[in-house]
Design a protein around this ligand. Structure first.
Ligand SMILES: [Zn+2]
Length: 538
């Protein structure tokens, strides 16, 4: 490709699964030495969950290099995340071949291909997955009824209706108040009611799963935690993700892409900052502030990601608590924004809304912005009369959720530039375990080998204080393997150095007896710092 813009394509729509597949195939096809298309598994509906493995394959295998994992679109409607991941991959192969010699990026643009496909194709409402296999009477199931390909909203004039048309912008539905004038409406998702008994008691059908509540740390079942699923990693795609991460102790950073009020989110997702080592909070704040500077979005710990007048949130089975407590990593999520940001409504302004009236005003501003901007993409469909087979005369229309819950396509590149720069800055700080000052002294047939092992990265090999306490986080081990003509005289060949802080070093030595030629190899296993070997000559 001539440059990353060939694959960036925010143009006029969000990409579907076929287009996503074409893109990842194109990137891996054009940059064969730097990129391979792999997969972490397949989805429930049989779609392959694509993963781009980015590294210079000539300089070593991915498993031996420090690794940074990016995933997007765990939430079905948050399609900008897939685009952000693809954007990052395209720029990395194009601009960072030197970096790719030393580390690997695992990029999973669409962790939830089934849910995303539903969101792209219908614009309907979905979190991660909706199980519609059990159909209870009087529950409404989403369906495109008028044949326009979209699942929108249905509004029906009803004396009990809790909504009215907005007097300032009649396209919008606002809350019915004491002194509101009719007609009054009730609003449903577009669809049909299963075994309807004709009563007003209609519920929304299907069980909703939120995969960002399906991680194992402090997982709680429903209803204690909505969307949690049946047990940690019970969702197929999440289990693939869990197995992928658990199998790799070289991962030193994970970034998830979401859409919501723009923010750089950091742990913890429940409790308070007191649940986290103080120096780890400082590290996370320092890193997150880079993301904030690059995107203009505020740094917010997940438990504080809420409207100002509400209580702290308390998410169980959430990614941030998993990332920090299971993996010992200062993990992050970018909330890439929503249509509010494109209309000029900041996160701070949005979270300061203390009444429905303010939220309604935001929607008016969004509509005004969209109209004035020339309606460059579909956001809202005007209400149109329709004869519903059960409810009779209704109207279908409203926001297309897949567009409403993402920033405007035209704003994506600017946002992604910021998140890309954050990733580069994080990656620059990777643990860099290397051997400095290798020396060999000869006394007859005996050789004294001395090697200074150092960490010249900005992260400790344990990344965090928490990581230092975790069994899964591999500390630094240095071994000497003798060649055929060499015999080890030292009592031990292997040093377990423990974790190495940034700018620390340790000098190791071995005595060997040899009749000449190559003496052997120093083999370094450094976990997040990668693995490597160094030949030692006589
Ligand atoms: Zn999300």
């Amino acid at each position: 490709m001539s440059n990353y813009k060939d694959v960036f394509l925010p143009g006029d729509r969000f990409i579907d699964y076929r287009e996503l597949t074409e893109l990842v195939e194109m990137i891996s096809g054009r940059y064969k030495d730097l990129c391979r298309l792999e997969s972490i598994g397949s989805s429930r509906e049989g779609r392959i969950i694509h993963m781009l493995v980015l590294t210079d394959f000539k300089s070593g295998v991915p498993e031996d290099k420090p690794a940074y994992l990016i995933y997007g679109n765990i939430h079905a409607c948050e399609l900008a995340g897939s685009h952000a991941a693809i954007y990052t991959a395209a720029r990395l192969v194009e601009e960072k071949p030197e970096l790719l010699k030393e580390m690997v990026f695992y990029i999973i643009p669409r962790l939830n291909p089934d849910g995303a496909e539903f969101a792209v194709k219908t614009g309907g409402s979905i979190r991660s997955r909706t199980d519609t296999s059990i159909r209870t009477p009087n529950s409404l199931f989403q369906e495109d009824l008028d044949g326009n390909g979209l699942i929108l909203s249905m509004r029906q004039v009803h004396p009990d209706g809790g909504l009215v048309a907005d007097p300032f912008d009649p396209r919008l539905m606002i809350k019915r108040r004491f002194d509101s004038k009719g007609p009054f409406y009730r609003v449903f998702q577009e669809g049909k009611i299963h075994e309807w008994d004709g009563s007003d008691d209609i519920t929304i059908g299907g069980r909703s799963f939120d995969w960002n509540r399906n991680w194992p740390y402090d997982w709680r079942p429903e209803p204690e935690q909505g969307g949690a699923g049946d047990y940690p990693f019970s969702e197929k795609e999440m289990r693939s993700m869990g197995e992928f991460i658990s199998g790799r102790n070289n991962i030193f950073g994970i970034l998830g892409y979401h859409t919501g009020p723009g923010a750089v989110l950091r742990p913890p997702s429940s409790g308070s900052d007191r649940d986290i080592d103080e120096s780890d909070i400082l590290l996370m704040e320092e890193l997150a502030s880079i993301g904030s500077k690059e995107t203009g979005y505020p740094v917010i710990p997940v438990f504080k990601y809420h409207w100002n007048n509400r209580r702290d949130i308390n998410l169980k089975g959430h990614f941030h608590n998993f990332g920090y407590n299971h993996l010992g990593l200062p993990v992050f999520e970018f909330e890439l924004g929503t249509m509010h940001h494109s209309a000029g409504i900041t996160t701070e302004e949005r979270f300061s809304a203390t009444s429905d009236k303010m939220e309604e005003e935001f929607k008016r501003r969004i509509m005004k912005w969209w109209d004035n901007d020339g309606r460059k993409f579909p956001l809202f469909v005007d209400w149109k009369e329709f004869m519903h087979p059960q409810l009779g005369k209704i109207e279908i229309g409203g926001f297309i959720l897949s567009y409403f819950s993402n920033p405007a396509l035209g704003d994506l590149e600017k946002i992604f530039k910021g998140t890309y720069n954050f990733t580069i800055e994080y990656a620059r700080r990777r643990p860099r375990i290397l051997i400095e000052d290798l020396s060999v002294e000869k006394r007859g047939d005996v050789y004294r080998i001395r090697a200074k092992v150092a960490n010249r990265g900005a992260f400790s090999s344990s990344i965090t204080r928490k990581g230092r306490t975790l069994a899964r986080m591999k500390s630094v081990r240095v071994d000497f393997s003798t060649s055929d003509r060499t015999r080890l005289l030292s009592l031990k060949s292997c040093y377990n150095i423990g974790h190495m802080d940034a700018n620390s070093s340790r000098t190791l030595e071995w005595f060997v007896e040899s009749s000449g030629g190559p003496l052997g190899e120093i083999i370094v296993h450094a976990g997040t710092g990668g693995n490597f070997r160094l030949n030692v000559e006589a």
